[in-house]
Design a protein around this ligand. Structure first.
Ligand code: C5P
Length: 399
């Protein structure tokens, strides 16, 4: 395949060096088109040495070759990583003031943009409008990840890992060589993600540390592999755009209703959400005052949504996947808990992961063991949450 790798001027440009290597190692010919600002972060020599092709930002280089038209016309895929706020703005308004934006206007192949910028810029209404407009025109936006940004700050706007960008962008190429990447085509899946909040009073709740990242990765990878995805998002900030349908929920009971409604027509339900086992019996209608002294809260048990889905399937042949976040000193101990839970819950697959200090919740990487309904291990996966998500879908498809 002929790939154009656009690089705009953000510090994450250094990650695109690895992206270039991955695309080349996958057997593609890659032409890098940096912007002038990108060349201040990573020089042309690096791009040229690794791609084996010229890397110019300027429409006036090689005028007889008419590169500002020819490069876009000849491409099977254009991927821009990082796509800065400025690049998104220029692309949205149809500017053609350098070789990269001119190429974006002439390309008729799939185009993927991987935005990366500080959270404030990513959340600014101008950027939101540009992203919405580009999406409307059929541009594929690779959602930025959350996490450490340039300095000590962190938030949404981080460039995803190069392997994840490569996988998501390559899946856009409609060719038989990508058939595997569409192995969920025609399937409808429901993924619950995040952590429920059970109200104590109008301002307080009982909750948990689940970030929803693994569930978002499951939704995105399923979509990339062709599924129609409904994401039931319990208190997740970055859910927008992660699925075909996003249903925001807060409590266990809301999550249960949303999963049951969307799940009635689903081929697969993945319960990645961390659901509170108990809720306050009588949430106070007004804020509980400190002067009332230490309040004791009566709890009642929440329904086990996963157990219900297995006891009374919403649809014949539906595959149900559960999660078990366990703590333990030894992997063997965690796996023992997991095996007992797999047998107790009886889900088609149970993804067991170790959580605790720096592990599982809120981190960019994960490690899981997939157990079947009788507690036998059918797969093990470790890596980015998208890699782990892909391994879970592989196991679902194998079923
Ligand atoms: O028993 P435990 O809470 O560890 O089981 C976790 C699995 O059960 C997850 O898949 C979670 O989404 C699901 N669950 C549920 N309803 C609950 C509690 C957990 O569906 N009330």
């Amino acid at each position: 395949m002929r790939i154009i790798l656009g690089v705009s001027g953000g510090i994450a440009a250094y990650k695109s060096v690895l992206l270039l290597r991955l695309l080349r190692e996958a057997g593609h010919s890659v032409r890098v088109i940096p912007t002038a600002a990108a060349l201040r972060f990573v020089g042309a020599a690096t791009w040229e040495a690794l791609s084996g092709e010229p890397a110019s930002a300027d429409v006036f280089d090689d005028v007889p070759g008419v590169p500002h038209v020819a490069l876009g016309q000849g491409a099977d895929l254009v991927v821009v990583a990082p796509a800065t706020a400025d690049l998104l703005s220029r692309a949205a308004s149809g500017r053609a003031d350098d070789l990269l934006t001119a190429t974006l206007l002439t390309a008729r192949c799939p185009v993927a943009l991987a935005p990366a910028m500080h959270t404030e810029m990513w959340e600014h209404p101008a950027t939101r409008t540009n992203v919405a407009l580009l999406r409307e025109r059929g541009v594929h936006i690779i959602e930025p990840a959350s996490g450490r940004l340039t300095g000590a700050d962190s938030g949404s706007g981080r460039l995803p890992e190069p392997a994840d960008i490569a996988r998501e962008a390559l899946a856009l190429i409609p060719s038989s060589s990508c058939a595997k990447s569409q192995d969920l085509a025609g399937k409808s899946v429901v993924v619950s993600a995040g952590g429920t909040r059970e109200p104590i009073d109008p301002v307080r709740w009982i909750g948990n540390r689940s970030s929803g990242k693994q569930g978002i990765a499951l939704a995105k990878t399923a979509r990339t592999r062709g599924a129609h995805v409904t994401l039931v998002a319990a208190n997740i900030e970055d859910a927008e755009g992660a699925a075909d349908v996003v249903i925001p929920v807060e409590t266990c009971l809301e999550l249960r209703q949303a999963v049951r409604d969307a799940g009635a027509a689903a081929d697969v339900i993945v319960m990645a959400a961390a659901v509170a086992d108990f809720r306050p019996a009588m949430p106070a209608a007004v804020k509980i005052k400190k002067a009332q002294g230490p309040a004791s809260i009566d709890l009642v048990e929440n329904p086990d949504i996963l157990a219900e889905l297995i006891r009374e399937p919403l649809r014949a042949g539906q595959v149900v996947v559960g999660f078990a976040a366990e703590t333990g000193d030894e992997t063997s101990e965690v796996l023992e808990y997991g095996r007992a839970k797999a047998r107790r819950k009886g889900a088609d697959l149970l993804a067991v992961n170790v959580v605790g200090e720096g592990l599982g919740f809120g981190t960019a990487t994960n490690e899981i063991w997939l157990l079947n309904a009788v507690g036998e291990q059918v797969a093990h996966a470790a890596g980015s949450k998208r890699e782990v998500a892909d391994a879970i879908w592989d196991a679902v498809i194998a079923l």
